[in-house]
Design a protein around this ligand. Structure first.
Ligand code: FES
Ligand code: FES
Length: 164
């Protein structure tokens, strides 16, 4: 039997939206299939790889483990929300390219959004993170291509030089 749909209102990349969603629908499927935003990637679907990361009220979460109805009243930012016509790449994405930290790109969405959330946290605490802290912030992300060093280099460069 179909779930009864529930009306939710939320902010998507800065714009208010109201949608009817199934209470059993996961946020990743809502984003990709209903909102048609394909930048959020489905990897393990078990909370292990970080590919599906989005920001909810500024916190990086795994959208494969989060029910879509739980974004009611909240602010959802996907990777598409970091771009604009004037500036198609966010400075974190520019750093990723500069350091050669992108190969297939499947993990990149999650890494960029987690770095954005960590940057916001560091700014509000007024601190510049150490390399160890940068590494720790990215612990929940798996990359099958790069060997991680370039990713950490890119995140560290952004977090310690560009943002302050
Ligand atoms: S797809 Fe969500 S953590 Fe892997
Ligand atoms: S660049 Fe391919 S998984 Fe990270």
């Amino acid at each position: 039997m179909d779930d009864k749909l529930i009306k939710i209102s939320f902010s998507l990349n800065g714009k208010s939206l109201t949608k009817n969603v199934s209470p059993s629908l996961f946020l990743i499927d809502f984003i990709r299939d209903e909102l048609k935003l394909k930048g959020t990637k489905p990897g393990c679907r078990e909370g292990e790889c970080g590919a599906c990361t989005v920001l909810v009220n500024g916190v990086a979460i795994n959208s494969c483990l989060f029910l879509a109805i739980n974004i009611h009243g909240k602010e959802l930012i996907t990777i598409e929300g970091l771009s604009s016509i004037e500036k198609p790449l966010h400075p974190i994405q520019e750093k990723m390219l500069e350091h050669g930290a992108v190969q297939c790109g499947f993990c990149s969405t999650g890494i960029v959004l987690t770095t954005k959330a960590f940057d916001d946290e560091c700014r509000s605490d007024g601190k510049i993170p150490s390399r160890q802290e940068v590494k720790k912030s990215l612990e929940g992300h798996l990359c099958r291509c790069t060997g991680y060093t370039k990713i950490v280099d890119a995140a560290e460069d952004y977090l310690t030089h560009s943002s302050f």
